[in-house]
Design a protein around this ligand. Structure first.
Ligand SMILES: Nc1ncnc2c1ncn2[C@@H]1O[C@H](COP(=O)(O)OP(=O)(O)OP(=O)(O)O)[C@@H](O)[C@H]1O
Ligand SMILES: [Mg+2]
Length: 508
C-alpha cells in the first residue's frame, strides 16, 4: 500500500515527559485515519511534528514515500500538509477573508487582489457546502464558524494531507455531520485525512483505519470495521468504561438560582437573551439544550456577572445578585466553568498551580495580608492535580505545557473545589477523554446528590440528556420548551432546537 504519511519510531521528549516514545503511524493515501487516545497521550504532539511546529528528537518522517525534514509549517504547507489546530490560530481583529488568505493572497502588482480571492473562496464554500460571512470580523463569530474558517483556509491552500485536531469538540451534532460529509468529499478528491477526536461514535462513522495511543505509545491499530465502542474504549483507557452515571433519586429542594424576566442588550452580533425565566433547585441538574449561538453565551455570562442584565432579576439563595461583581457572586456560592477555556477560563502564561487558584488566591490559607503561602499552595495544587487526573510532572509548570483535555480538567478542578451551591457548567467535558468524562460526570452527579444545583450548558445533546433532571431548550434567545428526564427523545428536542416547534407555556 502506498502511504501518504509514514511516521517511523518518533520520539519526542519534554521536560519530565516523553510525549512520544518510538511512535509509528502509517496512513494510506486517500484514507481517513482516526488518531485517538486519552488526554496527554501524545496525539497533538506527533501531529505538530508532522506540521513542523515542533521537531522530533528521533525518528523518520516520510511524505508520499519520500523522507522529509519538516522544519516549519512553511515546509509542511509546501508538501501539501494542512492542519486545523485544537485551539484556533486565527487573528481575532481581522475579517474572515483576510484570515483565509493570510500568507497566500493573490496579488495584482504590489496590492492584494481581494476580489480574486473572494471568488476563489466562494467556489470552495459552494463545493463543500460550507457558508461563512467573509466580511465578519473573526472575534465576533461563533466557535463553530471559526472552525469552518480554519477548514476553508486549509482548502484554499490546496492541501493533499489534512490534519484535524479535535475539530468536533466545539461543533454541534448537525455541524459535526456536515464536517464528516466534508471529510468524505475531500477523500473522494484524493485527500488524506488524520482525524483526532475523543468521540468514539465519530471514529466509527467517519474513519477507515485507526491508531490508538496511550502515555506516549501506540496501544492499538487496525481497520475501523473491526472495532466497536467497547474495544476502542479499552484500548484508550486500558479498562472497561462505565457510561452509566451513578445518580441518586431525584428529590429537588428549594430554589437556588432564579432568573425572572432577564434580558440582555444586543452586542456585536451576539444573540441576546429575551425575558428568561428559569429556576435551578437544590439537588437538580438543569440542562440547557440549543444550537450554539442561540443566546447560551449571554445566559451564562449574565448569571456569572461578565455582562450586565438589561432588564430582570437574578437571585441566588433568595439574594439579589444581579448588581454584584463577579467575585462577589462567587463568594456567594456560584462557580462557573466557562465555555471557552482559553478565552475566559485560564491564563496560559501562568502556572497550573496559579490557574487552580484564580478564584481563591486572595483567601486564607492561600494568602494572608497579600503574602502568599507557597507551601500551602503547592500542596493544594498537587492534591487537586492528583484528584482530578491532571497529567503533569509538576504543577509549577506553565498551563500551556498541558494537553488540551488536561487544561479542561484544571478548570473543572478549580470550580469544583470551591464547593459551590450552584455551578454553571458550560461545556464541562469539552476535549476531555472518555475516562475523564466518566469521572467528571460522576462528580457532577455527586454535587447534585449533595443538594447543590447545576446549570449545564452543552453542545452535546447526548451529555444534556444523560445528566439533566430537567431540560430547557433555547432558541433565538428564548426558552421555548421544558422537559423532565425521559419526557422527550433527541428528535423531539432537536425539533425545538431548530425552531420547528415551541411550547406555549413552561415554568422555566
Ligand atoms: N510545550 C510543551 N512543554 C512541555 N510538555 C508538553 C508540551 N507540549 C506537550 N507536552 C506534554 O506532552 C504530553 C502529550 O501532550 P499532547 O498535547 O500531545 O496530548 P494529546 O494526546 O493531544 O492530549 P489531549 O487529548 O488532551 O489534547 C503531555 O503530557 C503534555 O503535558
Ligand atoms: Mg491534543
Amino acid at each position: 500500500m502506498a502511504y501518504a504519511i509514514e511516521l517511523q519510531n518518533i520520539t519526542k521528549r519534554f521536560p519530565g515527559v516523553i510525549a512520544n516514545d518510538q511512535v509509528t503511524i502509517l496512513v494510506g493515501e486517500g484514507e481517513i485515519h482516526g488518531l485517538i487516545g486519552e488526554n496527554g497521550a501524545g496525539k497533538s504532539t506527533i501531529m505538530n511534528i508532522l506540521y513542523g511546529l515542533t521537531q522530533a528528537d528521533e525518528g523518520i518522517v516520510r511524505i508520499f514515500g519520500k523522507e522529509q525534514f519538516i522544519a516549519s509549517p512553511n515546509d509542511a504547507i509546501r508538501l501539501g500538509i494542512g492542519m486545523i489546530h485544537q485551539h484556533f490560530m486565527l487573528m481575532p481583529n481581522q475579517t474572515v477573508l483576510r484570515n483565509i488568505i493570510l500568507g497566500s493572497a493573490p496579488r495584482k502588482g504590489p496590492v492584494i487582489d481581494e476580489k480574486k480571492a473572494r471568488i476563489q473562496i466562494e467556489k470552495i464554500m459552494e463545493k463543500y457546502c460550507m457558508q461563512v460571512n467573509l466580511d465578519a470580523v473573526v472575534s465576533q463569530i461563533s466557535v463553530g464558524e471559526k472552525q469552518k474558517v480554519e477548514i476553508i483556509k486549509a482548502l484554499y491552500r490546496e492541501v493533499r494531507i489534512l490534519i484535524l485536531d479535535e475539530p468536533t469538540a466545539v461543533l454541534t451534532p448537525a455541524e459535526t455531520d456536515a464536517l464528516i460529509e466534508t471529510m468524505r468529499k475531500l477523500k473522494e478528491q484524493g485527500c488524506t485525512i488524520v482525524f483526532i477526536t475523543h468521540k468514539l461514535k465519530e471514529v466509527l462513522a467517519a474513519t477507515d483505519r485507526v491508531t490508538v495511543m496511550r502515555k506516549g505509545v501506540v496501544t492499538g491499530f487496525g481497520e475501523t470495521k473491526d472495532m466497536n465502542v467497547r474495544k476502542l474504549s479499552e484500548l484508550i483507557v486500558g479498562r472497561e468504561v462505565n457510561f452509566d452515571i451513578p445518580f441518586g433519586a431525584y428529590c429537588p429542594g428549594e430554589t437556588l438560582l432564579e432568573l425572572s424576566g432577564v434580558s440582555t442588550a444586543p452586542r456585536g452580533g451576539r444573540m441576546p437573551v429575551k425575558e428568561i425565566n428559569l429556576k435551578v433547585k437544590r439537588g437538580e441538574i438543569v440542562g440547557v439544550a440549543g444550537v450554539e449561538g442561540n443566546g447560551q453565551s449571554d445566559l451564562i455570562e449574565v448569571i456569572a456577572g461578565l455582562i450586565a442584565a438589561d432588564r430582570g432579576g437574578i437571585t441566588l439563595c433568595e439574594k439579589d445578585i444581579s448588581k454584584l461583581s463577579i467575585r462577589q457572586r462567587r463568594l456567594n456560592g456560584l462557580s462557573h466553568i466557562p465555555e471557552d477555556r482559553l478565552k475566559t477560563g485560564t491564563s496560559t502564561v501562568c502556572s497550573i498551580s496559579e490557574n487552580l487558584l484564580l478564584n481563591k488566591y486572595f483567601l486564607t490559607p492561600f494568602s494572608r495580608h497579600g503574602i502568599f503561602n507557597h507551601r500551602h499552595i503547592k500542596q493544594h495544587s498537587k492534591l487537586l492535580c492528583d484528584k482530578f487526573l491532571v497529567k503533569t510532572p509538576d504543577p509549577s509548570y506553565e498551563l500551556k505545557t498541558l494537553s488540551g483535555g488536561n487544561m479542561q480538567k484544571v478548570v473543572f478542578a478549580r470550580e469544583f473545589d470551591t464547593e459551590p451551591s450552584l455551578m454553571i457548567a458550560a461545556q464541562p467535558t469539552r476535549g476531555v477523554d472518555i475516562g475523564a468524562i466518566e469521572y467528571i460526570h460522576g462528580k457532577l452527579a455527586e454535587l447534585r446528590d449533595s443538594g447543590k444545583g447545576i446549570l449545564l450548558i452543552s453542545a452535546e445533546l447526548d451529555e444534556i440528556m444523560a445528566l439533566s433532571d430537567r431540560i430547557l431548550v433555547m432558541y433565538e434567545g428564548e426558552i421555548v420548551a421544558e422537559f423532565h428526564r425521559g419526557e422527550a427523545d433527541e428528535y423531539e428536542i432537536g425539533a425545538y432546537m431548530l425552531g420547528a416547534k415551541r411550547q406555549v407555556a413552561h415554568s422555566g
